[in-house]
Design a protein around this ligand. Structure first.
Ligand SMILES: *Cc1c(COP(=O)(O)O)cnc(C)c1O
Length: 442
C-alpha cells in the first residue's frame, strides 16, 4: 500500500502519481471544507498555532483574527484558564455516557447557565452542535403540541434571511433562497416564511414590518408549533441587524396565538451584541433558547437548548412521557468543563467594556467604507462590523489580499464582516478595518 506520509520536497518531486502529497495538496484532494467545492475548492491556509488574537500560518505569517472562528473564540486562542480547565478534566475523565450517569462538569455548567439566561428558562438539554440544538428545539416544540393533543400544530414560522444550521429541520427554517430549498424540495418540511424585518436597529420602527407576520399568525396559528428567530442579528443568512420592537412583537404574537417562541442565540449569545443575550435588547424571554458557538469559548463543539418549565412538563405529558433525544456525547465532560471556565471568564464582566469599546471604534472607522463605490451598506452592533458590497466578492482573491495585509477575514457573498475576539486591542482592530477599506478600494 502506498503511504500518505508527508515527504520532503525532493522526494515529492520524484513521485509522478499523486498519492504522496504535501499537506495543502492532500487537503485539497481529500478533505471537504465548509461550503466549498470538492472539484475546485477555494484555497486553504494551514494553521500551526493560535494565541490571543493571532493565528499563525505554516508559512510563518501571523494574522490578526477578525472572525473569532465564527463567533466562538471570544476570549482569544490558547487561553490559560480554558487550557487549565481542559487539562484538569482530561486527567480525571474525558467522557462517560449521560444516560443514567451525571457529573460535576455538567452540573456546574448548567447551574451557571441558568443564572445567566433570560428569566423563565429552567431546563437544559446539552447537545453536540448548534444545528443539533436547533433540531432539539424544533423537536421539543412539535412534541409539546403533540402531547397537548394538538398534533395539527406542526409547522414552524420564521422570517426570511434566517440561518439556523445545516441539518434538515434546521435547514427547513433557513432562508429558502440562501438555504437553497429548491435542491431539497422533496425532503424539506414546508415551513412558513415571513418577510425579513426591515427597520434598522437604531432607527424608528415601522409598523409595516410586523403586518405580514401578524397576518400569517392570524391565518395559520392553528397549525403553528413555534416561531424561530435569531434575536436582533440575523447572522449567516445576511448579517442583518433589526429593530428590537420587531422581536417584542414576535413575543406578543406568540402569546396571543399560543405559539412557542424559539430564540436562536447560537451566534449572538454571551455578549456579542452588547447585551449578554440579544433578547435583552427587547426585554423578552423565549420559551426555548438555543446556545452554542461561544459556549466553550471556541474550544470544542457543545450546544445547549434551554426551555421553560411549562415546555418541559408539556413535552413529557402523556405518551411517550419522555423527550425523544439523546446524543452519544451528550453532556461531554471535557466540553462542559471548558464551557464552565469560559462562562467564568464571561462572568468576570470585562466583556461589556470590551464590546462597547469595539463597537465605538467600529462605528468611528467602518462608515468610511461608504465612500467606496463598491460598498452598499455598513452596519455595526456590539462587537460585530458588517460591510455589504454591491456585487458578490471574489472570496479567494480577497482572502489572499487580507492574508497579505496580516489579517484573517473571511467574506461570503456580498458580506465582508468581522466579529473579533473581545480581547482585541484598538491597534489590532484598526488593522482589520483598514484592511477592509483597502481591499474594497477599487
Ligand atoms: C452557526 C449557527 C448555527 C449552527 O451551529 P453549528 O454549530 O454550526 O451547527 C445555528 N444557528 C445560528 C444562529 C448560527 O449562527
Amino acid at each position: 500500500m502506498p503511504s500518505r506520509r508527508v515527504v520532503n520536497s525532493d522526494q515529492l518531486q520524484s513521485f509522478t502519481s499523486g498519492y504522496i502529497l504535501n499537506n495543502i495538496e492532500f487537503d485539497k484532494q481529500h478533505i471537504w471544507h465548509p461550503y466549498t467545492s470538492a472539484v475546485s475548492p477555494l484555497p486553504c491556509y494551514e494553521v500551526t498555532g493560535a494565541q490571543g488574537v493571532h493565528l499563525k500560518l505554516a508559512s510563518g505569517e501571523q494574522l490578526i483574527d477578525g472572525m473569532s472562528s465564527w463567533w466562538a473564540a471570544i476570549h482569544g486562542y490558547n487561553h490559560p484558564k480554558l487550557n487549565a480547565a481542559a487539562n484538569e478534566q482530561i486527567s480525571k475523565f474525558s467522557h462517560v455516557m449521560f444516560g443514567g450517569l451525571t457529573h460535576q462538569p455538567a452540573i456546574d455548567l448548567c447551574r451557571t447557565l441558568l443564572d445567566m439566561v433570560p428569566a423563565g428558562l429552567e431546563r437544559v438539554f446539552l447537545a453536540d452542535s448548534g444545528s443539533v440544538a436547533v433540531e432539539v428545539a424544533i423537536k421539543m416544540a412539535l412534541q409539546y403540541w403533540a402531547c397537548q393533543g394538538r398534533p395539527e400544530k406542526h409547522r414552524i414560522i420564521t422570517p426570511r434571511n434566517g440561518y439556523h444550521g445545516d441539518t434538515f429541520a434546521a435547514m427547513s427554517v433557513c432562508d429558502p433562497v440562501n438555504g437553497m430549498h429548491s435542491l431539497f424540495a422533496n425532503t424539506l418540511k414546508q415551513q412558513l416564511f415571513a418577510p425579513a424585518p426591515q427597520s434598522r436597529f437604531d432607527h424608528t420602527f415601522s409598523e409595516d414590518d410586523i403586518l405580514p407576520l401578524e397576518e400569517l399568525f392570524a391565518r395559520h396559528h392553528h397549525e403553528l408549533a413555534a416561531l424561530i428567530i435569531e434575536p436582533i442579528v440575523q447572522g449567516a443568512g445576511g448579517m442583518r441587524i433589526y429593530h428590537p420592537e420587531y422581536l417584542r412583537r414576535c413575543r406578543q404574537l406568540c402569546d396571543t396565538y399560543d405559539v412557542l417562541l424559539i430564540c436562536d442565540e447560537i451566534a449572538t449569545g454571551f455578549g456579542r451584541t452588547g447585551k449578554l443575550f440579544a433578547c435583552e435588547h427587547a426585554h423578552i424571554s423565549p420559551d426555548i433558547l438555543c446556545l452554542g458557538k461561544a459556549l466553550t469559548g471556541g474550544y470544542m463543539t457543545l450546544s445547549a437548548t434551554l426551555c421553560t418549565e411549562d415546555v418541559a412538563l408539556g413535552v413529557c405529558q402523556g405518551q411517550p412521557g419522555v423527550f425523544m433525544h439523546g446524543p452519544t456525547y451528550m453532556g461531554n465532560p471535557l466540553a462542559c468543563a471548558v464551557a464552565s471556565a469560559s462562562l467564568g471568564l464571561v462572568n468576570q464582566n470585562h466583556w461589556p467594556a470590551q464590546v462597547a469599546k469595539i463597537e465605538a471604534q467600529l462605528k468611528a472607522s467602518l462608515p468610511k467604507c461608504l465612500q467606496l463605490p463598491t460598498v452598499a451598506d455598513v452596519r455595526v452592533l456590539g462587537a460585530i462590523g458588517v460591510v455589504e458590497t454591491r456585487q458578490p466578492v471574489d472570496v479567494a482573491k480577497l482572502q489572499r489580499q487580507f492574508v497579505k495585509l496580516g489579517v484573517w477575514i473571511r467574506p461570503f457573498g456580498k458580506l465582508v464582516y468581522i466579529m473579533p475576539p473581545y480581547v482585541i486591542e484598538p491597534e489590532q482592530l484598526e488593522r482589520l478595518t483598514d484592511a477592509i477599506y483597502q481591499v474594497l478600494t477599487p
